[in-house]
Design a protein around this ligand. Structure first.
Ligand SMILES: [Zn+2]
Length: 414
């Protein structure tokens, strides 16, 4: 394979030039999905892709697909992508880096006159952030069939504007049926948004998967009592039961290794009052781990601890699972392409599990996929001060290009 070098300076300039579209005084970006700023950056993206001879199509929820032909038009494209929308007080790198690095990869192929085996494709997914319209990761979720298109179009923002109306207002409701585009594989470069790469001085995160998650609603019932007149041995204090459960969940998560986390993030007495022993408390539980078997054990341990603590305290407890997202392992052949690409350039690497969800998680359900992380300064993201270095952005883009080329070479049987 030829040794193609991406142009880190050109990528860096693109990151900062597009950062002016919705740029904030603190150096961040506010580019809410389907806003006029989103339209401007989409127009820019289309122009840049067309200048490279790519054909840009748009589907019915505004996902944008730039196609660069390959030798074999019968092969579905090898794709790169991420998102150009941001949080209300977002940074210049979250999502943007993945799209602009894919653009830099296409430019490098173009400048060097490289013909790939499969067509290549660069994708800008609509509404990854979920800040204006819930849920997040919407465009790729609709593409993967996890979200119904009609339901997506009917979502409303805080002002009552529907997704469909906003999409039409910026002129990005395309004619391609959602989900019609097929892929050979999908690769996404993203900032880590966490602390590990920077802390360990590594350049490239080889992302092996996205962790699983289980959410629960709980309710503990005891007996309301007078805080002054109810002796301690006569109490059925629901708040005390759940307080003890907070501590237990912390211990359970810590006992399951470095990735497991467990949180009670809401604990709400039904009628809070300074002089009342609380007889009814509702709460939530959030459990996460990359391994579903570990999550299964954690859930069982939490249920057992809750039952034991409730009984010991003369209270009863109910826990209902309201959501379950299984862990998503990325495709071994794509992860290998990333690992080999990083080794090609002798970048230091670390295997990562993504704590956040990404477009690549939905894509893995429709084609082999993988992700590449680069360090986030101080692990900051969804923050105007979010930053990554020039060198790390260039390294990430180089690994992205080399990974898609490696995958393409494999498709061509070379
Ligand atoms: Zn993102």
């Amino acid at each position: 394979m030829r040794n193609l070098k991406i142009d880190g300076r050109r990528l860096w300039d693109d990151i900062h030039d597009t950062g002016k579209i919705g740029g904030t005084a603190k150096g961040g970006v506010r580019r809410l999905t389907l806003s006029d700023e989103d339209r401007q950056v989409r127009d820019w993206f289309r122009t840049q892709c067309e200048a490279l001879g790519c054909t840009v199509t748009v589907d019915g929820v505004g996902n944008m697909f730039a196609l660069r032909p390959g030798k074999n038009p019968n092969l579905p494209p090898v794709a790169m992508g991420s998102h150009l929308d941001t949080q209300p007080s977002g940074g210049k790198f979250d999502g943007v880096l993945g799209v602009l690095s894919g653009l830099e990869a296409l430019r490098t192929l173009h400048d060097n006159g490289v013909e790939t085996e499969a067509p290549f494709m660069l994708v800008n997914w609509t509404n990854e952030e979920g800040s204006r319209f819930l849920p997040a990761v919407m465009g790729s979720g609709a593409h993967a069939g996890a979200l119904a298109v009609a339901a997506v179009l009917a979502k409303t923002d805080r002002d009552g504007v529907t997704f469909g109306t906003a999409l039409d207002a910026i002129g990005y409701r395309g004619t391609m049926p959602v989900g019609a585009q097929k892929f050979s594989a999908y690769f996404e470069l993203h900032i880590e948004q966490g602390p590990y790469l920077e802390a360990e001085g590594k350049t490239i995160g080889v992302v092996t998967g996205v962790q699983g998650m289980r959410w629960f609603n709980g309710r503990c019932t005891g007996v309301d009592g007078h805080a002054g007149a109810t002796p301690m041995h006569r109490r059925a204090d629901a708040l005390l039961t759940v307080a003890r459960l907070v501590d237990r969940i912390d211990a359970i998560a810590r006992s399951h290794g470095p990735h497991a986390v467990g949180t009670i993030g809401e604990l709400t007495p039904a009628a809070p009052s300074i002089n009342v022993v609380q007889g009814e408390v509702s709460f939530t539980i959030d459990l996460r781990d990359p391994n579903d078997a570990v999550l299964e054990v954690m859930e069982a341990e939490v249920r057992a601890a809750a039952a034991e603590l409730a009984a010991r305290n003369g209270t009863t407890i109910e826990i209902e699972r309201i959501w379950r997202a299984p862990p998503i392992p990325f495709a071994a052949e794509c992860v290998a392409a990333v690992r080999e690409a990083a080794a090609d350039s002798q970048f230091s690497t670390r295997d990562c599990i993504s704590g956040a969800s990404h477009d690549a998680a939905y894509m893995q359900s429709v084609c082999p996929s993988a992700m590449i992380f680069i360090p986030s300064a101080e692990g900051l993201s969804h923050n105007e001060l979010e930053s990554s270095s020039f060198e790390d952005c260039a390294a990430g883009a180089q690994v992205l290009l080399d990974a898609v080329l490696r995958y393409d070479a494999r498709l061509g049987g070379r």
